[in-house]
Design a protein around this ligand. Structure first.
Ligand SMILES: Cc1cc2nc3c(=O)[nH]c(=O)nc-3n(C[C@H](O)[C@H](O)[C@H](O)COP(=O)(O)O)c2cc1C
Length: 346
C-alpha cells in the first residue's frame, strides 16, 4: 500500500490545478461543521435553506443527470435551482461521459455552485445500468477521465462522493480515492457501504479512516450519523475533516444546530417543530409554486410528524393538501390541539 500511495502522491503533484479556488473548504475545518448530504428528491433549494437556517454550514444539492441537463430537460434544470446560496453549495452530477459532464459542470458553475461533485455512489438499478453512480466504482479510468475533463471546463473544485466499493468482492474505495486525488479532485466524501448493501447493514467507518490516512485532500465521513455523539465519534475514530448527515435530517433539520451546539441544546417543542415545518413549506412554495409546493411538502410533513402525538387527523387529510393555505390551516389547528393537550396535562 505504501508504494501505491507514494505513486499517487507523485501524480497528484503533477496534476495540481493551481487556478482552482478551494477556499470554500476552509469552513470544513470548523470544529462542528456538519454537512447536509445529497438526497435525491429531498435536498432541493428549500431543504438546503431550511437546513442553513437550522445551523448547517455546508450543503450538497440532489444529484442531477448531466445528460438530462445538457438535453435541456426542464426537470433537470429545476434540480439545479438555488445553487447560489449564502453558504457553500456543492452541485452533484450523475453521468459517465467526460464531455457531457464537463459541460454540465460549467452550467452548474454559472448557476452559482461552489464546487461540483461526481456521484460515484447511487445504487439504483436504472442508474447503474446506464454506467452512472456506483457503477463507476468499477471504472477507475472513467473516474479519472471525468475529473480531468470537468476540471478543465470549470474553475470550481471537482469533488467525488464514493462508496466502499461495488460489493464484498470489490471493496476499492481507497483505489478510487487515490485515483480521484491524482486526477485533481479536491475533496472526497465517503459513504462506506458497498453498492450491494445499498442503504442496509451498517456503515463501516474503518473505510473512512483508511481513505483519510492515505489521501492529502479533505475527507468527509458519512453514514449512520444520527446524534452529536455519533458525529463526534466519527470524527475521532476516522480523523475525517467533517461529518455529513443524510437521513437523520429528514423532518429534523435542527439536527445541525444540535451537532453544532451539543452543550445546552434542547429539542424544539412540538409547536416549534410545526413552525419550522411551515417555514419549510413556504420555501418549497417559493421555489416550486403553491400547488406543487403543497403536494411536495406532504412527504416532508410525514417526516416532521414522526414521534409527534395525535397526528392521525393530519395524515387523514394529507391527500387534500393541495395549496399552502390548506396545509397551514391544518397545521395551525394541530398547534391548537397540541396546546390544549399541554394545558390538560398541566
Ligand atoms: C432518499 C435518499 C436519496 C439519496 N440521494 C443521493 C444523491 O442524490 N446523491 C448521493 O450521492 N447520495 C444520495 N443518497 C445517499 C446519502 O447521501 C448518504 O450517503 C446515505 O443516506 C448515508 O448517510 P446517512 O446514514 O446519514 O443517511 C441518498 C440517500 C437516500 C436515503
Amino acid at each position: 500500500m505504501r508504494t501505491q500511495t507514494s505513486f499517487f502522491k507523485q501524480r497528484n503533484m503533477e496534476n495540481q490545478n493551481t487556478t482552482t479556488n478551494t477556499d470554500i473548504f476552509e469552513g470544513l475545518k470548523q470544529p462542528n461543521c456538519t454537512i447536509l448530504a445529497p438526497l435525491s428528491g429531498i435536498t432541493d433549494a428549500a431543504f438546503r435553506e431550511i437546513s442553513r437556517r437550522q445551523g448547517c454550514g455546508f450543503v450538497y444539492a440532489e444529484m442531477t443527470s448531466s445528460d438530462a441537463l445538457m438535453y435541456d430537460s426542464d426537470k433537470a434544470h429545476k434540480r439545479i435551482q438555488g445553487l447560489d446560496a449564502p453558504i457553500p453549495v456543492i452541485a452533484q452530477l450523475l453521468g459517465h461521459k467526460p464531455d457531457v459532464m464537463a459541460d454540465a459542470a460549467q452550467l452548474c458553475e454559472e448557476q452559482g455552485a461552489d464546487a461540483i461533485d461526481i456521484n460515484l455512489g447511487c445504487p439504483a438499478k436504472n442508474i447503474v445500468k446506464g454506467r452512472g453512480g456506483s457503477a463507476l466504482m468499477k471504472e477507475p479510468e472513467t473516474v479519472e477521465a471525468l475529473i480531468k475533463a470537468m476540471s478543465n471546463k470549470t474553475t470550481k473544485p471537482i469533488t467525488v462522493k464514493i462508496r466502499a466499493g461495488w460489493d464484498s468482492e470489490c471493496k476499492n474505495a481507497l483505489e478510487i480515492a487515490q485515483i480521484a486525488e491524482g486526477a485533481g479532485a479536491k475533496l472526497i466524501a465517503v459513504h462506506p457501504r458497498t453498492r450491494a448493501q445499498a442503504f442496509r447493514g451498517h456503515a463501516n467507518w474503518d473505510v473512512i479512516r483508511m481513505v483519510k490516512e492515505n489521501v492529502g485532500i479533505p475527507v468527509i465521513g458519512n453514514g449512520d450519523v444520527k446524534t452529536p455523539e455519533d458525529a463526534q465519534r466519527m470524527r475521532s475514530e476516522t480523523g475525517c475533516d467533517a461529518v455529513m448527515v443524510g437521513r437523520a435530517a429528514l423532518g429534523r433539520p435542527w439536527i445541525f444546530n444540535h451537532i453544532a451546539h451539543p452543550e445546552g441544546y434542547r429539542e424544539p417543542r412540538f409547536e416549534e417543530r410545526i413552525d419550522i415545518a411551515i417555514e419549510h413549506l413556504g420555501l418549497i412554495a417559493h421555489y416550486k409554486g403553491d400547488n406543487r409546493g403543497a403536494v411536495e411538502f406532504r412527504k416532508h410533513l410525514a417526516c416532521y410528524l414522526k414521534g409527534m402525538p395525535n397526528n392521525k387527523f393530519i395524515r387523514e387529510r394529507m391527500s387534500r393538501m393541495e395549496s399552502v393555505a390548506i396545509v397551514v390551516e391544518i397545521l395551525e389547528e394541530y398547534k391548537e390541539r397540541l396546546k390544549g393537550r399541554m394545558e390538560d396535562a398541566a
